[in-house]
Ligand binder design. Structure first.
Ligand SMILES: [Ca+2]
Ligand SMILES: [Ca+2]
Ligand SMILES: [Ca+2]
Length: 277
């Protein structure tokens, strides 16, 4: 007795092929899910992690040009006098920082500077900022500070100064630009490689006094680096295999193509087996 055709069979004569298409669709969904779940989990903490490859080397002239900082990781926040922005990026040798700080003037009186200090803690283990940690700073016009933490709230300038900085006033903002190698070879500096991480905190001084700290989850006195932002040395953009989203897309494409090839081969095999009518 011949089986009666259902509406489904009428619409899709080859229901086995339909099931295979559904199975492939399911695989694609699973592959996408497997890709997006870790990405979502990784994004769960709200902590800022600065990481960006410098598509061009910025000029340390105290003028933050949009083009030279275009590829930087940017964070905008409200500081004492209004909207301010922090830019971070690195190339194969240097970390670059820019701070566009809204201010009423650029105070350049010794002891009452408008200046910035950037504190680093390594490794990024959420422990206390202390002995052996690194810090840099910038005061007008090009006074670069490369120091090290001696512990117990004592600091000293490094014997070897690595990096440079500049600050100028443009419009309503003070533009700080700093450069510091992430592996200078100096024992009194950080030593990081590609993918290396640190905790970072930006302290902004207005006329010699702390006016702001980024991130807002900490303050200038809090040594608990779990409340600081993160920093990760970026790698140059290549094939992009390190990017989980691209890996996921590659998996989807490969699974899709394999499924398609298997489907075609099976359908041809069935056609070949069919006795001529
Ligand atoms: Ca510049
Ligand atoms: Ca140094
Ligand atoms: Ca140092």
């Amino acid at each position: 007795m011949r089986k009666q055709k259902s509406q489904f069979d009428v619409l899709t004569p080859n229901s086995a092929a339909k099931r295979r298409v559904l199975a492939i669709g399911l695989l694609i969904v699973l592959a996408l899910g497997a890709t997006y779940i870790p990405v979502t989990l990784a994004q769960a903490p709200s902590r800022t992690v600065f990481s960006a490859w410098a598509s061009q080397e910025p000029t340390m002239d105290g003028k933050i040009d949009d083009s030279e900082w275009a590829s930087a990781y940017k964070v905008t926040f409200i500081s004492k006098y209004g909207e301010s922005t922090i830019y971070v990026m690195n190339d194969a040798r240097d970390l670059y920082f820019a701070l566009k700080i809204r201010d009423t003037n650029l105070a350049d009186v010794i002891g009452q500077f408008d200046q910035v200090v950037i504190d680093f803690h390594l490794p990024d283990d959420g422990l206390v900022y202390g002995q052996g940690d690194d810090l840099i700073g910038c005061a007008p016009p090009r006074s670069f500070d490369d120091s090290n933490n001696l512990g117990q709230d004592r600091f000293s300038a490094d014997r070897q100064i690595d990096g440079e900085c500049a600050v100028t006033r443009i419009g309503d903002h003070n533009h700080f630009e700093l450069r510091h190698p992430f592996n200078s070879g100096d024992q009194q500096d950080m030593a990081l490689g590609a993918g290396g991480t640190a905790a970072v905190r930006f302290v902004i001084f207005d006329e010699g006094r702390v006016a702001d700290v980024y991130p807002k989850t900490t303050d200038a006195r809090n040594p608990n680096t779990a409340t600081w932002a993160g920093l990760k040395i970026a790698s140059p953009p290549g094939i992009g295999i390190s990017n989980p989203l691209l890996i996921g897309l590659a998996v989807v494409v490969v699974v899709g193509w394999l499924g398609w090839v298997v489907l075609m081969v099976r359908q041809r095999g069935k056609k070949a087996q069919k006795p001529p009518q």
